[in-house]
Ligand binder design. Structure first.
Ligand code: NI
Length: 170
């Protein structure tokens, strides 16, 4: 169990494409545990490998409402296999772009296929917050950030602030 440092924009690893996992090793399982600890500690509802500087295709999520039992998802090689034509607009934020939440439009429902920590393939159907979250996290594995889904004007506005904040950190 460990809390890992979260990588912030504009670190280049957030723009890289993560590679599929071939074998589930103990190291990978403990990475997923650490990612879950890191997500809960932040606190956040999802975390992708790129955000802790790793390039395996793995994500963790927990979109359970405050006060209800945890619903931890650990997904290896997650892939969206179907998306609804219907869209939904939800406010999103990102632990790698803290303080810059914005409404994002995405397919309202998705079907995801992934390898579980049990070594079996699973399929999951998601709507609502979980659908937005799983799309956001899979985007990370492809080097895509939620701000990429915004209008150019809005994205540029956030990006200018992000660069200013990054400069202030040095
Ligand atoms: Ni994010």
């Amino acid at each position: 169990m460990a809390i890992l440092p979260i990588i912030l924009t504009p670190e280049p690893v957030l723009r890289e494409t993560a590679k599929p996992v071939d074998t589930i090793t103990d190291e990978l399982l403990s990475l997923l545990d650490d990612m879950a600890d890191t997500m809960y500690d932040a606190p956040g509802i999802g975390l992708a490998a790129n955000q802790i500087g790793r390039l395996e295709r793995v994500i963790v999520m927990d979109c359970a409402k405050d006060g209800s039992a945890p619903e931890l998802w650990k997904m290896i090689n997650p892939e969206i296999i179907a998306s609804s034509a219907e869209t939904a607009k939800l406010e999103e934020g990102c632990l790698s772009i803290p303080g810059h939440n914005s409404d994002v439009v995405r397919p309202a429902e998705v079907e995801v296929r992934y390898l579980g920590t049990d070594g079996n393939m699973h399929e999951m159907q998601a709507d609502g917050l979980l659908a937005a979250c799983v799309q956001h996290e899979i985007d990370h594995l492809n080097g895509v950030l939620f701000i990429d889904h915004l209008s150019r004007l809005k994205r540029d506005m956030i990006w200018r602030k992000v660069l200013k904040e990054a400069k202030a950190r040095i």
